[in-house]
Ligand binder design. Structure first.
Ligand SMILES: Cc1ncc(COP(=O)(O)O)c(C=O)c1O
Length: 378
C-alpha cells in the first residue's frame, strides 16, 4: 500500500518498535509491574536528558501539574496566572486546589502567555505563575522569573525545546511538567514527569503521588493527603525505550515541520508556526496553522476530512469553555489575541515518520480547499 494513502493518514502516530517491546516484556516477565526498578531508572534518565537534578514520574501531565502546584504552595483562595490558549488541564489544576486560574493574553507571535499581560494580572493573591510552552515553543522564562513569583512550567508539549540561553526546557530549576500521552514527543500511552531542582519538593511529590506515603513507611502508612498518581513500571519501561530514541523522534518531527514550512509558505494569508528566534529552539509537538481571516474553519476541516485528511481546531480558548464561563464569569472579548488565534487555528497531520509525499498531499489539499472558500468569502 502506498505510504500516501488517503485512508490511512492519522493526525498523530507514535513510533514504537522492538526496543519498546523488549523493555516492556522484561517488566512483564519480572512480575514487578509497579514501584519497581524501572521507575527510578526512567526518572534519572529523564532528569539527565533535560539537565535537571531530579524528576518524579507521574500518571499524567495533569497529575504532575497538580502536584507541582501543591508543591509551590498553591491552596484555597489563591490566584494562579496562566494562559487561556492551552489545553484545559493547565487551568483545571488550579481549580483542583480551590485556587482561581487567572488568565492573561498571549503573545501574537509565539502564542505563549505574554509576560506583560501576566505582570498586569498580578494581585496580592497571586501565588504562582503557570506559563505554558505552547506547541513546544519555549516561553520567555526569564521574563516570568523577573516577576518574582513561584513558577510551575507547563512543558507538557515541550520535550526537546531549548531556552534562548541554551538551557533545556525543564532544566531551569522550577518544577516543569512533561506529558507522555500518545501524541507527545515521547509517549508512555499515558504518563508524565515533573523535573525539579529541590530534593524536598521531589520527596513531597513522590509521597503525594503514592497516597501520601513516605519512602520509609509501610504499605498502609500515610502521613499526609495523597493521590494515586503513580506511573507503572510497564509505562516506565516504555518511556526508557522512547528516551533512547528521543533524538531521532525529535529530528523526525523537525524534518516534517521544515517540509510543511516549505510547502505551506506559498498559501497566502496562512500563518505558520513562528520561526525559532534568538536561540530559542522548539521541541516540535504539533503543526498548527492559523487560517486566513474570513475563512470558515469548520468547512475547511470538513473539506479536508472528505479528502482523507484529518485536522482539528486547536486550541479553543479555555476561558470561553462553558465551565469557565459559568464558574468565573468569563466572556468573549476578554483576551482578544488568544480569541483571534483560537478561532483560526487548525492542527494538521504531524508525526515523526510522515513522508514527504504525505506532507505535500496535505499542503496541496489545504491550498485547494482554501481557494474556493476565499473566493466565496470575498
Ligand atoms: C499544554 C498541556 N498541558 C497539560 C496537558 C495534560 O497532560 P495529560 O493529558 O498527560 O494529563 C497537556 C496534554 O495534552 C497539554 O498539551
Amino acid at each position: 500500500m502506498s505510504s500516501v494513502s488517503h485512508d490511512t493518514l492519522p493526525l498523530a502516530r507514535p513510533v514504537l518498535g522492538a526496543r519498546e517491546e523488549e523493555l516492556v516484556l522484561e517488566v512483564l516477565r519480572s512480575g514487578q509491574l509497579s514501584l519497581g526498578p524501572r521507575l527510578a531508572e526512567f526518572e534519572q534518565a529523564f532528569a539527565a536528558r533535560v539537565d535537571a537534578p531530579f524528576a518524579s514520574a507521574v500518571s499524567s501531565g495533569t497529575a504532575g501539574l497538580h502536584l507541582a502546584l501543591r508543591a509551590v504552595g498553591v491552596s484555597d483562595g489563591d490566584e494562579v496566572i496562566t494562559s487561556p490558549f492551552s489545553f484545559v488541564a493547565s487551568a483545571n489544576v488550579a481549580v483542583y486546589e480551590r485556587a482561581r486560574p487567572v488568565f492573561a493574553d498571549i503573545d501574537p507571535v509565539t502564542l505563549n502567555l505574554s509576560v506583560d499581560a501576566a505582570a498586569a494580572a498580578v494581585t496580592s493573591r497571586t501565588t504562582a505563575l503557570l506559563p505554558v510552552h505552547i506547541f513546544g515553543y519555549p516561553c520567555d522564562i526569564a521574563g516570568f522569573e523577573a516577576l518574582g513569583l513561584p513558577i510551575v512550567e507547563d512543558a507538557c508539549e515541550a520535550l526537546g525545546a531549548v531556552h534562548v540561553d541554551g538551557v533545556p526546557v525543564g532544566g531551569r530549576g522550577h518544577p516543569a511538567v512533561f506529558g507522555f500521552y500518545a501524541n507527545k514527543q515521547l509517549t508512555t500511552g499515558e504518563g508524565g514527569m515533573v523535573t525539579l531542582s529541590s530534593q524536598a519538593m521531589k520527596e513531597r511529590i513522590d509521597s503525594e503521588r503514592n497516597q501520601g506515603r513516605a519512602p520509609d513507611m509501610d504499605w498502609l502508612d500515610h502521613d499526609r493527603l495523597g493521590y494515586n498518581y503513580r506511573l507503572s513500571d510497564i509505562a516506565c519501561a516504555l518511556g526508557l525505550a522512547q528516551l533512547e530514541r528521543l533524538d531521532s523522534l525529535l529530528e523526525g518531527r523537525a524534518r516534517v515541520a521544515s517540509l510543511y514550512g516549505s510547502v505551506l509558505g506559498a498559501i497566502e494569508g496562512l500563518s505558520l508556526p513562528c520561526p525559532e528566534s534568538g536561540g530559542n529552539r522548539r521541541g516540535w509537538f504539533v503543526y498548527v496553522v492559523q487560517l486566513p481571516r474570513g475563512v470558515d474553519r469548520d468547512s475547511v476541516v470538513r473539506a479536508l476530512g472528505s479528502r482523507g485528511i484529518p485536522s482539528k481546531p486547536y486550541f479553543p480558548a479555555v476561558h470561553l469553555m462553558s465551565y469557565y464561563r459559568e464558574q468565573f464569569g468569563h466572556r468573549d472579548g476578554e483576551f482578544p489575541v488568544c480569541e483571534d488565534v483560537a478561532a483560526r487555528s487548525i492542527a494538521l497531520p504531524f508525526f515523526p515518520e510522515m513522508a514527504e509525499g504525505q506532507v505535500e498531499m496535505v499542503a496541496s489539499a489545504l491550498a485547494d480547499v482554501l481557494e474556493p472558500d476565499r473566493r466565496t468569502s470575498g
